[in-house]
Design a protein around this ligand. Structure first.
Ligand SMILES: Cc1ncc(COP(=O)(O)O)c(C=O)c1O
Length: 394
């Protein structure tokens, strides 16, 4: 039989698979596992968005549309970028609507990099960045941020990983998994670094709408001299609880945009047509639903971070954005894989080991709080009992 591609065979499976497989197996055995591994909002997609999709289907929006996206959605995205992010993109030549934030990231990386080019990835980082870069034959280079320094981004840390082959840098704020939000100093460090080394910047802003304590999200493309080297990726999944709709978008400077568009034309043709009308309604309609969801995440964040910090050996800074806790856990010298394994076996709580996001996170675990307060309270109570050795499960 012929063999599969060596490049794809070398690609690692998602690091979250082992724990989620175990969680599923335990659930099949009838064990009540609380899964804090996922990144899917526990809210229903708001009604007016669902209605817009039904209307579009009934009106016959069930065919191919322009590859770059329907004009209504591109206009809505351009208006959003200008209003929320202070970046002006031309809806005809700089806005692309696509089937998910993930697809937007992949197609941008295709258009930015040649085989052998290096792309810096600030780590801990979301699990798909490295594989997406490897898929195009380029090389991801991790920039290790330290938990002890609050995962701070400085010029020194950035300079340590640069080489003559560095062509681009990937930035994610608000951050999955660390919960950090770029501050003004960090944004300026990234700006001056990218300009001095003449790099592309890929800015993943998918958690933009989930910032806490009045923090303001900074879009890197809005900073002086950054627009022409930056691609801003965003999508509907997290802000509007639309993960299953697979709808994302990007803003890119016109010259690079036309290259990304070619990838979309050949790989996807276009994002689903009626889904784009739902997305238009999401962007142009009332935004209270977005604020309400963020407020509920915030309530969970405060209460559960305080509970986590009461467990001996657990140190959990309050996340600044997104919906993940990323505490350090000091328990019997265990690394993050061992802690995750211990928690699923002894507490029946599924979490993600920090090391799947980057090597500096060897004591961290990631817990998603995109689940109900009741689940979260139960999960933390189980963790506390397991850690202090009074397991009452089984
Ligand atoms: C940091 C980050 N970027 C992008 C995505 C992709 O989102 P989607 O493909 O649903 O738009 C996710 C999803 O978990 C994410 O956590």
């Amino acid at each position: 039989m012929p063999e599969a591609s060596k490049k794809i065979e070398a690609l690692k499976e998602s690091g979250t698979v082992a724990i989620s497989d175990r969680a599923r197996q335990m659930q099949q055995e009838g064990i009540d596992v609380i899964n804090l591994g996922g990144g899917d909002p526990d809210f229903a997609t708001p009604r007016h968005i669902v209605d817009a999709a039904f209307r579009a289907v009934e009106q016959g929006q069930t065919h191919y549309v322009a590859s770059k996206g329907v004009p209504q959605m591109r206009q809505a995205v351009a208006a959003k970028f200008l209003k929320d992010n202070g970046v002006r993109y031309d809806p005809d030549t700089e806005i692309l609507v696509t089937s998910s934030g993930k697809a937007a990231l992949y197609m941008t990386i295709e258009a930015m990099l040649d085989a052998g080019d290096e792309m810096l990835v600030l780590e801990p980082a979301w699990v798909s960045y490295r594989p997406l870069i490897e898929l195009v034959g380029a090389r991801p280079v991790g920039v290790s941020l330290e938990p002890g320094a609050g995962f701070a981004i400085t010029r020194d840390v950035l300079e340590a990983s640069v080489s003559p082959r560095t062509k681009a840098i990937l930035v994610n704020s608000p951050n999955n998994p660390t919960g950090r939000v770029l501050n003004v100093e960090e944004a300026e460090a990234l700006r001056s670094f990218a300009i001095e080394h003449d790099l592309w910047v890929l800015s993943d802003e998918i958690y933009e709408k989930i910032c806490y304590d009045g923090r303001r999200h900074i879009s890197l493309a809005s900073l002086p001299d950054m627009r022409e080297r930056t691609v801003t990726v965003n999508g509907m999944s997290k802000s509007h609880a639309m993960t299953g709709w697979r709808l994302g978008y990007l803003g890119a400077p016109a010259a690079l945009y036309s290259q990304i568009l070619k990838v979309q034309q050949h790989v996807l043709t276009c994002a689903a047509s009626f889904v784009q009308f739902a997305g238009t309604a999401a962007l142009e309609g009332p935004q209270e639903c977005v604020r309400d969801m963020a407020a509920q995440y915030d309530a969970r964040r405060r209460k559960i971070a305080a509970m986590l910090n009461e467990i001996p050996g657990v140190r959990c800074p309050e996340p600044e954005g997104a919906f993940y806790f990323f505490p350090e856990v000091d328990y019997r010298g265990m690394d993050s894989y061992q802690i995750a394994r211990f928690l699923i076996e002894e507490a029946h709580v599924a979490v993600t080991p920090g090391e799947v996001f980057g090597k500096t996170a060897r004591k961290n675990i990631r817990l998603s709080f995109a689940t109900s307060m009741e689940n979260l309270v139960n999960a933390v109570e189980r963790m506390r009992k397991a850690i202090i050795g009074t397991t009452v499960l089984k």
